[in-house]
Design a binder for this molecule. Structure first.
Ligand SMILES: C[S@@+](CC[C@H](N)C(=O)[O-])C[C@H]1O[C@@H](n2cnc3c(N)ncnc32)[C@H](O)[C@@H]1O
Length: 284
């Protein structure tokens, strides 16, 4: 059963009051970095996974994207997203991210802002994103940082006077479900290590372009004093990756025990020429 916390009345009521829900992208501490990672959107087909109120969908259209599809599991979020636009080039689909089934090479750009830490099936989702992207397409996402998600408490250590001492990290290497608290409600999130995020993307066939651990902009640090704590530990991780080939890799499947020399020669000769379609699979 997939969690749909944003359709919980109490949770949604609190989420609606967050600055980023009221003021939009400019009130999101990480937006200035995510915006910088956005590829050219003009005339591009865009898919926004976990689109929420649709801020990024509308941004994509402002940047002249030809069409945008926003996907979200929450009816509350989608209702607000629909209220916020009458643009016929934006459509919304109620669906869990894990269940997406789009046509192969349908999109130029797939984005996801702060939804992947709610889903268990990250690896398979990367593969689905890869399949629905055109060759040369971009996969860009932000997620709560593994240093942030490692402990269920997801909070600072304080001294007796209530001053922040430090951000504790524990159980980092134990991936999986975290029962945590966000906006007064119990929420389930999924913790993955940094290497899992990176390797799952690479394994799907992507080439990673940029990895960011953003801090708020100087303007936001000046105007919102509490934001200075965001410079003490990374709260967000952002990864931009490119689909470099339609082919997930032509594997040289020469059993290495039987023909180790031939398989190694094939790999080393071809990989500099066709680096994205030549991989060595060792069959034992
Ligand atoms: C923190 S909000 C981010 C919304 C939006 N991307 C933004 O940055 O403003 C997370 C969103 O992910 C959605 N979500 C969570 N789990 C989901 C799932 N399994 N499938 C689809 N959407 C999901 C929630 O309903 C919510 O709208």
């Amino acid at each position: 059963m997939k969690q749909n916390k944003y359709d919980n009345a109490n949770f949604f009521s609190a989420y609606k009051k967050m600055p980023r829900s009221v003021k939009g992208l400019e009130a999101a501490g990480e937006w200035h970095v995510l915006r910088g990672l956005m590829p050219e959107l003009r005339n591009k087909t865009v898919l926004d996974l976990g689109c929420g109120f649709g801020w990024h969908c509308r941004y994509a259209r402002e940047q002249q994207a030809s069409s945008v599809i926003g996907v979200d599991i929450s009816e509350n979020m989608l209702q607000k997203a629909r209220e916020n636009t009458n643009d016929p080039a934006i459509s919304f689909i109620k669906m869990p991210i894990e269940d997406i089934k789009f046509t192969e090479s349908q999109f130029d750009v797939v984005i996801n802002s702060l939804a992947f830490h709610y889903i268990k099936a990250f690896k398979i989702t990367c593969q689905k994103v890869y399949d629905c992207l055109k060759p040369g397409g971009t996969f860009l996402f932000s997620v709560e940082h593994p240093i942030f998600t490692s402990r269920s408490e997801q909070d600072w250590y304080f001294d007796e006077q209530g001053n922040i001492l430090h951000w504790p990290v524990d159980n980092y290497q134990t991936e999986g479900l975290r029962k945590t608290t966000f906006l007064t409600e119990n929420v389930i999130k999924y913790h993955r290590t940094l290497s899992t995020y990176i390797n799952d993307i690479i394994d799907a066939g992507f080439k990673i372009k940029t990895v960011e651990e953003p801090i708020p902009s100087n303007e936001m640090l000046k105007s919102v004093p509490e934001m200075k704590d965001e410079t003490r530990r990374p709260m967000f991780l952002m990864i931009s990756a490119k689909k470099v080939s339609t082919n997930k890799g032509i594997y040289w499947t020469v059993p290495i025990l039987r023909a180790p020399t031939i398989s190694k020669i094939l790999f080393f000769v071809t990989s500099p020429i066709i680096p994205n379609i030549s991989r060595l699979r060792v069959l034992r």
